[in-house]
Design a protein around this ligand. Structure first.
Ligand code: SF4
Length: 360
């Protein structure tokens, strides 16, 4: 396959490249952090997080020395929390195994927690000048249109086909700029809906454009409808005004984050009965669910949740941790010190009077 794209794309990139702090000073650590943050997340969202992160953890060493709670506090709101936990674990490994410098060897990079083929390719090409391609959502879309790829891009076969195209088109010695140019083209010109083909430097090479089928590509296999769960949570208050929060297990969704305990409703169960059962099962404590605090909704990648929160009274029992890794009684003003997912942060802010109740 001839490499027809690179010269035009690199020429376009020289004039239109987006300016980011991690691009203007692309240290391996900055490229690593920015690429991990940018997975599944828009760059406008990433930028303030990246800046705060680099102020708090300016080096691999400072990240490795931080507690997981500090790391998750900085990550709060970015979602996909395993990314933050893995960055932290990988920083500790970089300190112990590699003397504080990210390894340049591609296999060694991929052996670090949270660094897969995409992130390793980005670090190797952008920070170390090595010839490795990258394929993310934007890049997949651009290649699928350029080459009118029939295979759905969200299948293993489609992924493989796009990676092969990315390998074949990679210009020797310029992979870093080429990869970033593709990302920028996908983010600025070859948009998911209504690509700006008149401004595209690759129009003459683009099969989808020539076939007048830009709306048809990329092909995607229809995702299954996300299930919807109804869950409950308890705000249990002590006599001194503190409230009970529990820390989720490390390897669960939102692992290491804090929450108001509760759980999923079973078929035919009332909301209050669900909450009282869940707290007994998880914490060994008998409670009585009382006044409703609010209804909170959130869509995760693979499911949706509607959560009903209740002020609850501790009736009897000794606390045990059947599912969580820790618990704390925390004054309401101090809840901000504990990293939480979106719904629990909303409950917390409502308790602090910073957010109105919704649908109580
Ligand atoms: S011509 Fe249009 S569809 Fe093709 S790569 Fe450019 S912006 Fe995307």
């Amino acid at each position: 396959m001839t490499k027809t794209i690179a010269p035009k794309l690199l020429h376009w990139y020289a004039q239109h490249r987006r300016s980011f702090p991690f691009r203007d000073a692309p240290t391996p650590y900055a490229v690593w952090v920015s690429e991990v943050m940018a997975q599944q997340t828009r760059m406008e969202t990433v930028l303030p997080y990246f800046q705060r992160w680099m102020e708090r953890f300016p080096t691999v060493e400072s990240l490795a020395a931080a507690s997981q709670q500090e790391v998750l506090n900085q990550w709060e709101g970015l979602g996909y929390y395993s990314r933050g936990r893995n960055l932290h674990k990988a920083a500790q490994l970089v300190m112990t195994e590699y003397g504080g410098a990210l390894p340049q060897d591609f296999e060694a990079l991929q052996s670090l927690p949270g660094i897969g083929r995409y992130t390793a390719g980005a670090i190797a090409s952008i920070a170390f000048g090595q010839d490795h391609p990258v394929v993310d959502g934007n890049v997949k879309r651009v290649y699928a249109r350029l080459f009118a790829v029939d295979t759905p891009i969200n299948t293993p076969a489609g992924e493989k086909e796009i990676w092969a195209l990315a390998e074949a088109q990679l210009p020797t010695g310029q992979a870093g700029d080429y990869n970033q140019a593709l990302m920028d083209l996908g983010a600025m010109v070859c948009l998911p809906r209504q690509p700006d083909c008149p401004s595209c430097p690759l129009q003459a090479d683009c099969l989808a454009y020539q076939l007048n089928l830009t709306d048809e590509f990329p092909h995607k296999k229809q995702a299954k409808k996300a299930p919807h769960y109804t869950v409950t949570a308890a705000v249990i208050e002590a006599a001194d005004g503190s409230v009970l929060i529990t820390q989720r297990p490390q390897d669960a969704l939102l692992g290491g984050l804090w929450e108001f305990p509760g759980g999923k409703r079973e078929d035919g169960e009332s909301l209050k009965a669900c909450l009282e059962r869940e707290i007994l099962e998880e914490l060994g404590v008998k409670i009585e669910a009382g006044e409703k605090l609010g209804v909170f909704r959130h869509a995760y990648t693979h499911f949706k949740v509607t959560l009903h929160a209740y002020r609850s009274e501790w009736l009897s029992g000794e606390m045990v941790l059947n599912e969580h890794q820790a618990f704390r009684w925390v004054q309401i003003d101090a809840l901000d010190d504990f990293p939480m997912g979106k719904i629990d942060r909303s409950i917390s802010r409502q308790l602090q009077g910073k957010e109105p109740a919704d649908g109580a």
